[in-house]
Design a protein. Structure first.
Length: 178
């Protein structure tokens, strides 16, 4: 026996007009979130690269005792000035940087190793010198610079929305007078 079905029910079941709009309404918000996530993670990666470069430049400035553009009186000031210059060139605010809560620990260099003796830190940066560099031959002294910089994501409807994370940067450079 043949089952009776009204024509309008058959036409609704077989009609696919408007399916694209429904699919787009389901997919576009997800695609938008993925694109937004790519953008913000790219920003975080860019800032991490900039602060790593700033730490490297700061350590390099501290390791060069006879720098022509540096002040010979205070190497800590040279390091801070180098870090600040790189952060400002990258469009970052140096006052937002913070010394890490747990700074890296190093063995102090033995006296008489030919290295300059200075150390210092500010509320924004952790600077250590002269320190024994890890994974090197005995007696290799250097400068260590470490700090962290805040970054805030904006990803609506996720746990990362308006979440502040701290991006860390550190660098170690061998002293040049050895």
């Amino acid at each position: 026996m043949k089952r009776f079905r009204p024509n309008w029910v058959s036409s609704l079941v077989l009609d696919t007009r408007g399916a694209e709009i429904a699919e787009a309404a389901a997919v576009l918000p997800l695609m938008f979130m993925v694109l937004l996530g790519i953008f913000w993670f790219g920003q975080a990666f860019s800032i991490h690269g900039a602060i790593t470069r700033a730490a490297q430049e700061g350590a390099r400035a501290g390791a060069a005792p006879n720098c022509t553009t540096c002040s010979s009186t205070n190497s800590t000031t040279n390091v801070i000035n180098a870090i600040t210059a790189v952060l400002q060139a990258a469009g970052l605010d140096p006052t937002q940087a913070q010394a890490p809560a747990t700074p890296p620990t190093f063995t102090a260099c033995p006296t008489g190793s030919g290295s300059m003796v200075w150390s210092g830190s500010s509320s924004n940066f952790n600077i250590q010198a002269p320190v024994q560099l890890p994974n090197t031959a005995t007696g290799v002294c250097g400068v260590s610079v470490a700090f962290q910089y805040p970054f805030q994501f904006w990803l609506p409807f996720t746990p990362l929305n308006k979440q502040k994370i701290w991006l860390s940067a550190s660098a170690r450079v061998r002293l040049e007078n050895q």
